[in-house]
Structure formats: C-alpha cells, structure tokens
Design a protein around this ligand. Structure first.
Ligand SMILES: CC(C)(COP(=O)(O)OP(=O)(O)OC[C@H]1O[C@@H](n2cnc3c(N)ncnc32)[C@H](O)[C@@H]1OP(=O)(O)O)[C@@H](O)C(=O)NCCC(=O)NCCS
Length: 155
C-alpha cells in the first residue's frame, strides 16, 4: 500500500450496519480481536451509538471496502464528560503500515481536542508502539488506561 493512505482512503462517519462492516468484523474476530463485535452489538442494542456530546464513529473506505474503523466516546471509566476515549480501532491486515491507523486516530484527536481535556485508550501490548508514535504518553498505574494524550495550549 506504501504511503498512499491520504490519496486512496476516504474517512467518513460510519454506521456499522453494512455488509462491508460485517466483513471487517469477521476478519477482526478471526484474528482474535473483539472490538468490532462489541461495537456492532453496542450499536444494535442502542447502548453506544456515539450520540453523546463530542462522540463520533469513523470508517476508512477503500472503494467499496471498509479498511478501518475508529471511534471516539466520552470515557465511560471516568466521571463527567471531560475525558475522551479512543475505542474500537481496527485496521484490516491488508491495509496496515500504510498510514491508515494514523489518519483515523488523528481524525479522532482533532475532534477530541475540541470537546475533551484528555484522550485515553487501553491498547493491547502489540499496539503500544503505534500509540506512542502518535504522541500518546504511557500510563503505568491505571487499570483502564494504558495511554493518554493531554490537550493544552500548543498541542
Ligand atoms: C494498531 C493498528 C491500528 C495500526 O494501524 P496501521 O494502519 O498499521 O498504522 P499506521 O500505518 O498508521 O502507523 C502509524 C505509525 O505507527 C507505527 N506503527 C504501526 N504499528 C505499529 C506497531 N505495532 N508497533 C510499533 N509501531 C507501529 C508506524 O510505523 C507508523 O509510524 P510513522 O507514521 O511515524 O511512520 C493496526 O495494526 C491494527 O488494527 N491492529 C490490530 C488491532 C489493534 O491492535 N487495535 C488497537 C486497539 S486499541
């Protein structure tokens, strides 16, 4: 895919109710990840439809194929509405290391800084390096957060 992410992919708000979403969900499940299953279930039950203040769900399209997903929620592990949380990030194996994960998460960061004071995530160890490349700080001592970006003047 080599570096062509900004040309080839279209980032749009996503409703996870299409056959293209089901295909990406099946791929993620085969790889042992459950984030897209939880995303689909949460949407179907109405528990999480990304409708609260600041929230959004994004998909990255490569033609008719859904190549990646990333959501922004109010962090349910904290009181109040000041903490945002990156959730349900998944990029198809065929599209990795082409800048797509970065494009999706930077879309979420740009939105999150308008609504939240910090942006949290709980990443699996294999994704720690990815978040750290994007400027998230490692959090060692919290149960529900492995990485955080703090918004302030100048960032
Ligand atoms: C983690 C994941 C989203 C990364 O997506 P991606 O599209 O391959 O990432 P990008 O190509 O945008 O990489 C962005 C940067 O992170 C780096 N990077 C990507 N994956 C990395 C990894 N596993 N370890 C270390 N660095 C990594 C890239 O080299 C790149 O650096 P650069 O922009 O400075 O050159 C993707 O591998 C994935 O979906 N994995 C399975 C599910 C998962 O772990 N999700 C995270 C749950 S919170």
């Amino acid at each position: 895919m080599g570096g062509s992410a900004k040309i080839d992919y279209g980032i749009k708000r996503l409703r996870p109710v299409t056959p293209a979403f089901d295909m990406l969900k099946d791929e993620s499940r085969l790889e042992g990840y459950w984030m897209l299953v939880r995303l689909g279930d949460g949407w179907a039950s109405g528990r999480n439809k990304f409708l609260k203040r600041g929230e959004a769900l994004f998909g990255a399209w490569h033609g008719g194929e859904l190549a990646g997903v990333c959501g922004l929620n109010i962090d349910p592990y904290f009181e109040g509405r000041d903490h945002g949380r990156v959730r349900h990030l998944f990029v198809s194996g065929r599209h990795r290391r082409a800048g797509l994960g970065r494009t999706l998460v930077e879309t979420v960061i740009d939105r999150a800084r308008r609504y939240f004071t910090v942006l949290n995530t709980r990443a699996p160890p294999e994704a720690f390096g990815f978040y750290e490349r994007l400027g998230f700080q490692r959090v060692e001592d919290e149960e529900f957060v492995t990485h955080r970006m703090v918004f302030g003047k100048g960032n």
